[in-house]
Every structure is written in C-alpha cells, then in structure tokens.
Design a protein around this ligand. Structure first.
Ligand code: URA
Length: 242
C-alpha cells in the first residue's frame, strides 16, 4: 500500500485540516504503533501502521461506493463465508472495499440487490420508515387466475406479522408481479405458498425508484447520484407490468 505523510493521512481520514493535524502531531497527541511521533512528514500506511490520536484509533476513510447487482441464483447474501457456499461478495472480488448487501435476497432468488460499504445509507434504505417498495416478478407452476390474485392480495403471516402486498397483478399465464413495502425473509415465497402457488422463479426488478433494467445476471454497475438520492425518497408508485 502507498505510504503517506502522517499529517496528510490524518487529514484524509477526516480528523481535521492538514494544518490542524500538524498541530496535533507537534503536541505529541498522535502515536504510530504505540510511539509518539512528532514529525508530520513521517511516512505511514493504513494497512501496517496503527495510528491513534489521544489514544483513539484512527481508520482510513474509505471512499463510499454503491452498486446495483443483478444477483444470480445460487449465491447467498452473507458477509462471511459458510463452508463452500457461494456468497454475493464473490462477484465483487478484487474491489478491495469492505462491502455488504443492503437487505437480502434468498439463495434461489435473482435480481436487483444493492451492495455498498456505507452502513448509514444501508440502514436508511432498509429502515421500514423509508417506505421503499420492492417489486418482484414470480413465475409459478400454476396459471394465474383471479382467485389466485385475490388470495395473494390477502398476504400472509411472516415472522409473527401479517404482511399484505401493496399490489399484485397478473403479468402473463404463469407469472405475477407483487409489490411489498416490508423486507421480511422469504415474504414473497410465504405469501405465494399461502395462496397455494408453487414458485418456480423469483426475481426482484425494483427497489423504490431503482430499476434492474437490462443489467445482465451476475453483473453490477455503480449507482448514479440521482439514483442514490431517489432511493432515499422511496415514494415511487408500483410500476407498470414488466
Ligand atoms: N421474498 C422472498 O421470498 N425471497 C426473497 O429473496 C425476497 C423476497
């Protein structure tokens, strides 16, 4: 990793201005690997040097990144590897940032997933108060009839809470679209099961105003500033049939 001057490294980590960081160093308040360092030009790197200011550890300020991924089936949303199971972060290998998924999709679900290293953003997006609607396309073994749609629209009990879809509509013979505000585990599968439908494929195509679009399966792209801002508004109405 590239070595940086101590004063510059502290400023980049958001401690204070470069000048003010030099003052902290001159005052003997900065330690590198447990030793007081009073020379601002001392070269350090974040990987091998432990830096503290007034005994509090300082970490490199990571550039915040935001991606939309078209998750393939077969990958789990976990930040730690469980045995030999494939995890979504395998698809981001080599990026170097400490990434995590914003919410989860089941192993057998494909589609739109946000991946970031910004915990605050992730919490805002998944918090129920954000009211962000998620839209899914579901292929079933049965042909979708008005009776099935009625049963789906009732919702189901998921984790002790009754979850009712925002909307449900037939897309074609064996396919329906469902929009939900909650973000509960297996909710679409549980609602479909209660309606006595067998799910063959489940794909998320929208999170709030963010659309999956034509992103190929297994690929990701950075979110635009506009998309990021739009997600936090989270007020978009259910979309038109896919
Ligand atoms: N609902 C489900 O049942 N599975 C998902 O992956 C997402 C929503």
């Amino acid at each position: 990793m590239e070595k940086k001057r101590l004063s510059k490294a502290l400023a980049a980590a958001g401690i204070a201005s470069r000048r003010a960081c030099e003052e902290l160093i001159f005052e003997g308040r900065v330690k590198v690997n447990g030793q007081v360092v009073i020379v601002p030009q001392t070269l350090v790197d974040w990987e091998s040097d432990r830096i503290t200011v007034d005994e509090a550890p300082v970490r490199a300020e990571e550039k915040k990144v935001y991606y939309a991924l078209n998750k393939p089936t077969g990958y789990i949303c976990s930040s730690t590897r469980l045995g030999r199971k494939k995890i979504v972060l395998d698809l981001f290998e080599g990026l170097g940032e400490r990434l995590f998924t914003v919410g989860r999709l089941d192993k057998d679900t494909e589609g739109l997933l946000i991946v970031t290293n910004d915990g605050r953003f992730a919490n805002q997006v998944i918090h129920p108060s954000s009211n962000i609607i998620k839209e899914y396309i579901v292929k079933t073994a049965q042909e979708i009839t008005p009776e099935y749609l009625e049963a789906l629209s009732q919702g189901a009990r998921v984790d002790e809470k009754w979850v009712r879809p925002v909307s449900v509509a037939k897309v074609r013979k064996g396919t329906f679209r469902i929009c939900l505000k909650e973000g509960r585990k297996h909710e679409v599968r549980i609602i479909a099961e209660r309606a006595r439908l067998k799910v063959l494929e489940l794909r998320r195509i929208r999170i709030g105003s963010l659309l999956l679009g034509s992103l190929p399966i297994g690929e990701y792209r950075p979110l635009t500033e506009k998309e990021k801002a739009g997600l936090l508004e989270g007020k978009k109405k259910p979309g038109k049939p896919a």
